[in-house]
Write a protein that binds this ligand. Structure first.
Ligand code: UDX
Length: 442
């Protein structure tokens, strides 16, 4: 099929590339000329595992091309995906200026029947607005479909190629049939294509993300309580996760959720509720608890150093909001670093992928290390903010030699408390009893 994707951000690129991989002819449109030039030469503008291989292969095969011309995109694809940014406004709502601006342009450029697909995460009712915006100028038939993405950063290619479900919000049989045909190769395993009305599809995306954010936040609160009463959240997690109604996944406590989706989507759903006269009390709590959780290590660090961090050298492992991405949006590491700097600490950080992004944001306010052990040199403590694989099984002997004070503040519960203490480290983690959160190396 001939497909166009408007917007080559994270979602657009993965969508375009994966659709080309299943034999479709895909044209990706972006207004950024420089980016289009780079993509044409085979450069993937984001870090996402496995995307580069598919990207290169499909460009070479001529199935994946790039243009800055919206007209070219519209002339090409019978299905046109909108994968445009919906930035968070100050009041938490999603700004639709890109989605609606492009929709108006589409209306002017339509030359024949097109299915316009909302792939961005957009508030309930957006498909109606898109329909209106296109309809203002359109002299040809078109349908608007809501088809939210459920792509995790770091696993986006796999999530796209093997989705657990496809949600299609459509009130047109013609559009539903075309969408079903497009997605057929991805659901051969029997996973469902669920067709519903547009509004329910739009809300499905928000409800899924808000539910997952709530699940994590609930566990973070249980973890905090564990520390008060001397229980171990790892045991509680395993205990409750075996109940199939709860499930094992997304129960890992830590220093809060971050990234481009959960924080923005929870706030946007909360705001949509207010706008419709409904107060989502649970979501307000999720927002508040998550904000507090991001810096939950700070009181532990302060207590360890008797309230004085002036001139303390702190090494940081992990800057990205989660492993396998260079994304630092709403990353807990940045909140922790800001607080540590404000308290007078000096920071040297290492992250396998995200250092350039942080340097762009923070300049030389912190130092960046060449390798993972460098931040430990003569440091007074190590703070772990992201659970990258390389941090899971490090050379503890080397770490002890390098650190001035062998103490670790672990925001991701990477190590077994007893084991790390027997290695001679002071170890503070999240929710694993009062004991585990006291330094024992002195
Ligand atoms: C998420 C959704 O999973 C995806 O379906 C949606 O389309 C986009 O948002 P993503 O933001 O890439 O994807 O990351 P995800 O792996 O879901 O993790 C989100 C956040 O939750 C991260 O900050 C992660 O560290 C945190 N998390 C996750 C926990 O703190 N504990 C867990 O048990 C799981």
């Amino acid at each position: 099929m001939k497909i166009s994707v408007i917007g080559t951000g994270y979602v657009g690129l993965v969508t375009g590339t994966c659709l080309a991989e299943t034999g479709n002819e895909v044209v990706c449109v972006d207004i950024d000329e420089e980016k289009v030039k780079r993509m044409r030469s085979g450069e993937v503008p984001i870090y996402e595992p496995h995307l580069d291989v598919l990207f290169e292969r499909n460009i070479e095969a001529g199935r994946l091309t790039f243009t800055t011309s919206l007209k070219e995109g519209l002339d090409h694809g019978v299905i046109v995906f909108l994968a445009l940014p919906t930035p968070e406004e100050e009041d938490g709502s999603a700004d639709l200026k890109y989605v609606l601006g492009v929709s108006e342009e589409i209306g002017k450029l339509l030359k024949g029947y097109r299915v316009i697909v909302d792939k961005s995460t957009v508030p309930v009712g957006t498909s109606e607005k898109v329909k209106e915006a296109i309809g203002k100028h359109a002299s040809h038939d078109f349908d608007v479909v809501s088809n939210p993405e459920f792509l995790r950063e770091g696993y986006a290619v796999d999530d796209f190629l093997k989705p657990e479900r496809i949600i299609i919000g459509s009130s047109s049989d013609r559009a539903t049939e075309l969408m079903g045909k497009l997605y057929k190769p991805f659901v051969r395993s029997g996973n469902p294509v669920i067709v519903m009305d547009e509004k329910s599809a739009e809300l499905t995306k928000y409800a899924a993300n808000a539910f997952l954010a709530t699940k994590i936040t609930f566990m973070n609160e249980i973890a905090n309580f564990c520390e008060k009463v001397g229980a171990d959240v790892d045991k509680v997690r395993i205990g409750i996760g075996t109940d199939s109604r709860i499930g094992k996944r997304f129960l890992f406590p830590g220093i809060g959720y971050g990234g481009s989706c959960f924080p923005k989507d929870v706030k946007a759903l909360h705001k949509s509720g207010r706008d419709s006269g409904y107060e989502f009390k649970i979501l307000q709590s999720v927002i508040d608890v998550n904000q507090r959780q991001k810096t939950i290590l700070i009181p532990k660090i302060l207590a360890h150093f008797q309230g004085d961090l002036k001139g303390k050298k702190i090494g940081v492992w992990g800057l990205a909001f989660k492993p396998e991405t260079d994304d630092i949006r709403e990353a807990p590491a940045l909140y922790i670093i800001e607080e540590l700097l404000a308290l007078g600490a000096e920071i040297t950080a290492f992250d396998p992928e995200a250092m350039e992004n942080v340097q762009r944001k923070m300049g030389d306010r912190i130092a960046f290390a060449d390798g993972m052990y460098q931040p430990l040199e003569n440091a007074d403590a190590l703070v772990i903010c992201t659970e990258w694989g390389v941090f899971r099984n490090p050379d503890f002997t080397k770490m002890k030699e390098l650190l001035q004070d062998a103490v670790i503040f672990d925001g991701r519960n990477l190590y077994d408390t007893d084991e790390i203490r027997s290695e001679g480290f002071g170890y503070y983690s999240i929710g694993r009893g009062q004991e585990g959160n006291h330094a024992t190396n002195t």
